[in-house]
Design a binder for this molecule. Structure first.
Ligand code: PLP
Length: 369
């Protein structure tokens, strides 16, 4: 055995996205103690930067020391007490995982289903709330990475609020890629990931909770089923002004990397980052059209950072992706579920949302096809 030195690939799939040299350098700085005063200062800055990218004043905003799926679980296990009625809007893979979280947390599940590749219909949510006025939480995925569909977060949250529900939103692929305003849109619990549009290394999950969500967590009658993800305990470590107490050892170097990637978003400007993702999507769409490839999802609710492309008739999906990876060092994603074998998923997230990289990807696709 010897040191592992990976070949550099162009990451244009559903995540992880390309990580910049700047973030990789931050990751390799000297490890310090996780209770060291200078690390605590870094934690405070990271929190402020996360509040900026989430567009929130929420005090309880921080990265969970585990990937996006753990952020998802943190939101569900902290907010649900056994017997709570929870509506999950499902139109893809990640909505299905939300459903699973509700069941395992002892919640009473109400499912609002829409076909994969289509948006969650706001009127269906309203009908479910009318039929279930005792609903406590409404959960949905903002950017469904499995289908490339953007759900209308602002409208869904506004409806949930008419019925006095807490709102719980998956923003793993959203954050820094498309418009997201946690406070303005009345989102109570939200989780994301570092390896999508933030272009940081995988393994952290930024989360944020409103005052109302915090109140629900603090007034629980039953303890949170997960010790590690119990926010009452994590708060002792990440909480404002708290005497930082040991909960778990923070992934120190990963936080350096997250801080750096957030700083890069701040330097670019959040709204400029959203605009860049849209412009590069338009460019990809036009370039794909020139080589005879079409977008799968309706332009009205298509995600710019995750593009479903119809696989042309007679093409061998797996063989083409393998060739792209092995001969051109370009990674694109496969279709999932009902869309497997029918579409490719081309991610333009963070650092991968870049014209030159799109040109490289298109040239490789053209050559292979
Ligand atoms: C990637 C993703 C997740 C899961 O994140 P992991 O970091 O892989 O655990 C959850 N939701 C959405 C929408 C995603 O795209």
């Amino acid at each position: 055995m010897q040191s592992f030195i990976p070949q550099r690939k162009l990451l244009m799939g559903p995540g992880p996205s390309d990580v910049s040299e700047r973030v990789l350098k931050a990751l390799s700085r000297p490890t310090i103690g996780h209770l060291d005063p200078s690390f605590i200062k870094l934690m405070d800055e990271t929190k402020t930067l996360l509040q900026y990218v989430f567009q929130t004043k929420n005090e309880l905003t921080m990265p969970i020391s585990a990937p996006g799926s753990a952020g998802m679980e943190a939101c569900f296990v902290n907010l649900i007490e056994p017997g709570d009625k929870v509506i999950v809007c499902q139109n893809g893979v990640f909505g299905t995982r939300m459903k699973e979280n509700v069941i395992r947390s002892g919640g009473e599940l109400v499912l609002v289903e829409d076909p994969w590749g289509e948006q969650t219909k706001p009127e269906k949510l309203r009908a479910a709330l009318d039929a279930n006025p005792d609903t406590k939480i409404v959960a949905f995925v903002h950017a469904e990475t499995s289908t490339g569909v953007r759900n209308d977060a602002q409208t869904l949250c506004a409806i949930a609020k008419e019925y006095d529900c807490l709102t719980l939103v998956d923003a793993v692929t959203t954050l820094a890629g498309i418009e997201l305003r946690v406070d303005d849109w009345q989102i109570d619990a939200i989780y994301s990931g570092t390896q999508k549009c933030l272009s940081c290394v995988p393994g952290l999950s930024p989360v944020s909770f409103s005052e109302a969500a915090l109140e629900k967590i603090k007034s629980r009658k039953t303890p949170v089923q997960s010790w590690f993800l119990d926010l009452n305990l994590i708060l002792g470590y990440w909480g404002q002004g708290a005497q930082r107490a040991y909960h778990h050892t923070a992934p120190v170097n990963s936080i350096y990397a997250l801080h750096e990637s957030l700083l890069m978003v701040k330097e670019e400007g959040l709204e400029n980052a959203w605009e860049r993702h849209q412009n590069n999507h338009n460019y990809l769409r036009d370039e794909l059209q020139k080589i005879g490839l079409n977008m799968t999802i309706d332009a009205a609710y298509r995600l710019p950072q995750l593009n479903l492309v119809d696989i042309p008739k007679g093409c061998d999906d797996a063989k083409i992706r393998k060739q792209l990876l092995n001969e051109f060092d370009v990674e694109i994603g496969a279709g999932l579920g009902a869309l497997a074998g029918k579409v490719w998923r081309i991610g333009l997230m963070g650092e991968s949302s870049n014209r030159q990289k799109i040109d490289t990807c298109i040239a490789a696709l053209k050559a292979v096809l």
